[in-house]
Design a binder for this molecule. Structure first.
Ligand SMILES: CC(C)(COP(=O)(O)OP(=O)(O)OC[C@H]1O[C@@H](n2cnc3c(N)ncnc32)[C@H](O)[C@@H]1OP(=O)(O)O)[C@@H](O)C(=O)NCCC(=O)NCCSC(=O)C[C@H](O)C(=O)O
Ligand SMILES: [Mg+2]
Length: 289
């Protein structure tokens, strides 16, 4: 059975080695906090960051926010220790980078065997090699803890030798394929980061594009991006009103046995009722705080 939907609009990375940022994250309005041990942490600080991430998870204080530890890859000198430490700490999820194949997912899943049952596995979609195998990778959800994809557009750009420009043209097919593969298996799917910290117009456009593509939310690198991101991914008043109308229309006695109705001048089908229920469930969770 699918777990109930929950908001994952804003997914904030921070270096686990930055104690000030970890403390600040407990007060920020992000839905998910990722304590990074990978690219945000210099090689000399890896061990210290690992201990800090474990301590942060054990200490808690993140309230409604989900807490994720991003580990180094298993083929690095830090990966095995990171996975073992993360499994023992038992965050909401462990995020792993640069996966290449379904076998990689199984390897990471095995490395988390000692983790509590509720600890999920999320994987970064950020290599060229994984792109033709997205469906096979997503299907690992049937046999492992895998429950989420997170786009890594910086690494993808590096591997593709692509440029990250407004509109993100080189990545659009991959964004769509990633969302489709994730949705086919009921996975969470989070868009990549916008590196420009204070370019509000660029951020707004990128976040809106992510929403249009079907992502649950967007990865963030700075607290200044949170409010705009939440605003984009929170169902609007108009969407909520539409969703209520659709659910109410199908609940009318004369809708019984009908598959299609007219609501606000447009055709809606039972599939729209499902979408409407999803919107209302997310909106209710956001409203509940
Ligand atoms: C990008 C930064 C290095 C910028 O740092 P800095 O210029 O020092 O920030 P500020 O001075 O504006 O900080 C103001 C205060 O906010 C806190 N802060 C900053 N960033 C964060 C954060 N991410 N989470 C929580 N708190 C944060 C500072 O501590 C300041 O606090 P105070 O002193 O009390 O006022 C920096 O923002 C940063 O490190 N960001 C995260 C970088 C990161 O995690 N990168 C890895 C993930 S991105 C990636 O790799 C994606 C993927 O893999 C891919 O391939 O695409
Ligand atoms: Mg990356």
């Amino acid at each position: 059975m699918q777990p109930p939907p929950r908001p994952r609009r804003s997914v904030l990375y921070l270096p686990a080695s930055n104690a000030k940022a970890v403390a600040k994250a407990r007060e920020l309005d992000a839905d998910v906090i990722i304590l990074d041990l990978e690219d945000a942490v210099a090689p000399d600080a890896k061990a210290e960051a690992r201990s800090a991430a474990v301590a942060a998870v054990r200490e808690g204080g993140f309230g409604r926010r989900e807490v994720v530890i991003r580990c180094n890859a298993l083929d690095t000198e830090w990966g095995a220790d990171d996975l073992a430490a993360a499994a023992a700490a038992g965050p909401d999820a462990v995020l792993v980078p640069k996966i290449l194949s379904a076998d990689d997912v199984r390897r990471y899943d095995a490395a988390l065997a000692a983790a509590p049952a509720q600890t999920q596995l999320w994987v970064m979609i950020e290599t060229c090699a994984v792109v033709p195998q997205l469906s096979e990778v997503a299907a690992c959800a049937r046999e492992t803890r895998l429950s989420g994809f997170a786009m890594g557009t910086n690494d993808l750009a590096k591997e593709m030798r692509a440029r990250i420009l407004p509109g993100r043209a080189p990545f659009l097919p991959i964004l769509a394929l990633t969302v489709a593969a994730a949705r086919a298996q009921g996975l969470v799917v989070i868009d990549g980061v916008c590196n420009a910290i204070h370019d509000e117009a660029l951020f707004q456009a990128e976040a809106a594009q992510g929403l249009e593509f079907g992502f649950d939310g967007k990865s963030l690198i700075h607290p200044a991006q949170i409010d705009a991101c939440n605003a984009v991914f929170t169902p609007s008043a108009d969407e909520i009103a539409w969703a209520r109308s659709v659910v109410a229309a199908f609940a009318q006695p004369d809708a019984s046995g009908k598959g299609a109705l007219r609501v606000e001048g447009k055709m809606v089908e039972l599939l729209h009722r499902d979408q409407a229920k999803q919107i209302l469930a997310i909106a209710d969770m956001i409203a509940a705080g």
